[in-house]
Structure formats: C-alpha cells, structure tokens
Design a binder for this molecule. Structure first.
Ligand SMILES: *[C@@H]1O[C@H](CO)[C@@H](O)[C@H](O)[C@H]1NC(C)=O
Ligand SMILES: *[C@@H]1O[C@H](CO)[C@@H](O)[C@H](O)[C@H]1NC(C)=O
Ligand SMILES: *[C@@H]1O[C@H](CO)[C@@H](O)[C@H](O)[C@H]1NC(C)=O
Ligand SMILES: [Ca+2]
Ligand SMILES: [Ca+2]
Length: 370
C-alpha cells in the first residue's frame, strides 16, 4: 500500500501563454513503482482566485493546463503528493544572452511540519554538461534561481532540458525510521529563442594559395561568410578592409578574389609569411563581420643570387684567400647551392685566382690568390 506522506508545496509560475500546458505533477510511490500511474489520481485541492479557476489538472496524467485567459499572473500552487514529485517548468531565453535570470522555482516551507530551519539546496542534476546554466538559492525567499551564465546558440540547440534537484537538511519523509532522503526533482525545458543575427565570419581565417607572378586578373576563391539562420552565403556582400600592398580585389557578390597587380612574394612584408587581407562581410540589413583571407603566395624562382660583397681585398703574404658569400631572396628550394665562376675567364686572371668551395656551406666560396 502506498505510504501517504503529505507534502505541501507552493510553486509560482509566471504565465506567458494561455491554453497551454504549464506543468506536470508526477507523484511516485516508492513501494510500487510500476503501478503508480494506475493508482494515483490528481486533483487541484485549492486555487486562488477560486472563480474563475485558472488551472485544471488531468486526473491521471497530472498535466496542468490553463483554462482562463489571465496573463502574466503569479500563481501559487499547493501540491499534494507522495514521497516526491517531478514538476516540469518551461523557461525561455534569447540566444547570445548571458547573465540573465530565466526562472525562479519558489518553495514555500510554511506548511511543512517540523522544518524550522529548512533551507532549499538546488542542484542541476542533468543537462548542464556544457555549463550554460547555474542555479542558486535566493536566501530571502528560498527560491531556486536559474540563470544562464554562458550564451546559448539557437542554431546549435533550440531547447535544453535540465533536471534539477532540491534537497534540504530535514528529510522529506516524516517517517524517520525510513531514513529516506529523497530528492525532489524538477524538469526545466529551456527554449532558446532565435535572434536575427548578422553574418557569421567563420572560420575567421580562410586560406587561399596563389602563385607569384600570376597574370594580373587571375581569379580564385576568396572569403565566404554565411547567414547563421539558413547557412547560406546568399545576399552577403564583401569588401576589402585592408590589403597590405593593394594587390587583390574582391568580388562584392561572390567574395572571390582577383589579382590587380603582379604578386611578388619577395616584396611582400614580412617575407615567408602569409599575405593577410582583412575582409568585411555585410548582409542585406547592413550587419557585418570581418574575417581574414590568408593568401599563401607560392614561390617562383624569379630572383638570381646576389653576391654580398662588392669589394674584397686579398693582401699577400698575410692573406692567401677570402670568402665570397651570396644570397637568394627566393625560398631555399629556389636558392642555394650556387655555382660560382670567375666572370673573366682569361688566362691572365685564371693564373692568379682560383675558387674553392667551402665545405658544407653552399652559399659561400673561397677565392685564392695563387
Ligand atoms: C547541496 O547539494 C549538493 C549536491 O547534492 C551538495 O554537494 C552540497 O553540499 C549541498 N549543500 C548544502 C549547503 O547542503
Ligand atoms: C538567408 O537569410 C538571409 C537573411 O536572413 C537572406 O537575405 C537570404 O536571402 C537567405 N537565403 C536563402 C537562400 O534563403
Ligand atoms: C596572417 O594570418 C595568420 C593566421 O591568422 C597568422 O598566423 C599570421 O601571423 C598572419 N601574418 C601576418 C603577416 O599578419
Ligand atoms: Ca620568388
Ligand atoms: Ca632564385
């Protein structure tokens, strides 16, 4: 036989909708868990104002619905239940909003017997794996205050269901011999409301590769932003905010790019880095985001090596030789090892000078005076 342990709970709801389900009372019986739905009957013991009544409860499912067109009323429920019940709340929050209170779960302890120092302790049992929510107890009212502490994204999640537990120091059961510290639980369905957001520049950095010295007017894919609501790039326009050397133009409609000058990898500063262009993406309502188009200018062997010294002295007999070094501004693959020869191949010159490779250094030779 079910243990009829009485509990009175008062819950206040802020109603935003009429004619809808506002919650479900679900009483369970620990002794006979499989038969609870067939045995338990629900009814509203009391509601204020009594006439016209605002709510009705379904006798077997426990679903509470509004029956009166009163809006935004604060309502106190007195719920009569077995050992614990599950109450379902609905709450909503705009996406991208943070540090807002979205629900208060009041608990009125006045009717509880022998619980003078009763203080509610709320915990989120399930559904907060990503840490978007926080629940705390209002010390004065003993209400559970549910807040959003990390912004939600409608495009990722339209609703989140949280299971909330509430404990207190005094067991819910008056039957102390049972020593049951049952946790009352509530299910909160948080509806994430869509915001009409601007375009999304994601990923923030997009990469493209162009060979240097490509013909002026060469085209390639550029930057793509998209509308987070429908995930398309339609209707988004593009502008270049910053182009270090002014080498690139962007197609306003497609975001594809075109070279407007001959690209010179060796003239871009800093060399050996990506050539970054800042792109502004604008939607039809004028909202915008910025992204980076990182252009990898592919090297072409378009630079000869250069000898570093243009004047050297070899002073006999103290010196027999000196080093000659050369550099190439292209990438290593288009640079050293270099081949050094004497420009003047005449016998007179060759009789006096000879070139010898420095071991292990491909950009340096020694010139000997014989
Ligand atoms: C509140 O409940 C949590 C989890 O059940 C527990 O870790 C914590 O100690 C409780 N706090 C108090 C003040 O009872
Ligand atoms: C996507 O949404 C944006 C703005 O809401 C609109 O301008 C664009 O036409 C939509 N694209 C498609 C394919 O529906
Ligand atoms: C270009 O952007 C990339 C990616 O953000 C960054 O690693 C790099 O340092 C940037 N280079 C320059 C020259 O700003
Ligand atoms: Ca080059
Ligand atoms: Ca070269």
């Amino acid at each position: 036989t079910p243990k009829r342990i009485l509990q009175f709970w008062k819950l206040r709801l802020f109603l935003k909708h009429v004619g809808t389900t506002v919650g479900v009372v679900c009483a369970t019986d620990r002794d006979e868990p499989d038969t609870m739905h067939t045995r338990l009957k629900y009814s509203i013991v009391e509601q204020t104002p009594r006439s016209p009544g605002l709510f009705s409860v379904h006798p077997s499912t426990g679903v509470i619905t509004t029956v009166s067109p009163y809006l935004d009323r604060e309502v106190t429920f007195t719920i009569f239940s077995n050992e614990f019940f599950l109450f379902q709340y609905e709450a909503s929050v705009e996406e991208n909003t943070v540090d807002v209170e979205i629900l208060r779960m009041p608990i009125d302890d006045k009717d509880l017997i022998n619980t003078a120092n009763w203080r509610a302790n709320f915990t989120i049992l399930k559904g907060n794996e990503n840490g978007h929510f926080k629940i705390s107890t209002d010390k004065e009212t003993n209400e559970g205050v549910l807040c959003v502490v990390k912004p939600l994204n409608y495009e990722e999640n339209q609703k989140v269901v949280l299971e909330i537990g509430v404990n207190n120091e005094v067991p819910f059961s008056r039957d102390v011999a049972l020593r049951v510290t049952t946790m009352n639980r509530a299910l909160v369905t948080v509806h994430v409301k869509d915001q009409d957001e601007g375009p999304e520049c994601s990923p923030a950095v997009q990469y493209v590769q162009i060979k240097e010295n490509s013909a002026v007017g060469s085209k390639m894919n550029g930057y793509k932003a998209r509308d987070p609501e429908n995930r398309t790039s339609n209707g988004i326009r593009y502008k270049i905010l910053h182009d270090p050397k002014g080498w690139i133009t962007i197609n306003e409609i497609s975001g594809s790019i075109q070279t407007s000058k001959t690209l010179d990898r060796e003239a871009a500063t800093p060399r050996n880095d990506l050539y970054n262009i800042t792109v502004l993406a604008i939607d039809q309502d004028g909202r915008s985001c910025t992204g980076t188009l990182a252009v990898n200018i592919e090297d072409v062997n378009d630079n000869p090596p250069e000898i570093l010294q243009n004047y050297l002295v070899v002073c006999k007999p103290k010196m027999e030789y000196t080093d000659i070094s050369a550099v190439d501004p292209d990438e290593p693959i288009n640079g050293a090892p270099f081949y050094f020869t004497l420009a003047d191949t005449s016998l007179a010159v060759n009789r006096i000078w000879t070139l010898t490779r420095v071991n292990g250094i491909s950009s340096k030779i020694m010139i000997y005076m014989l």
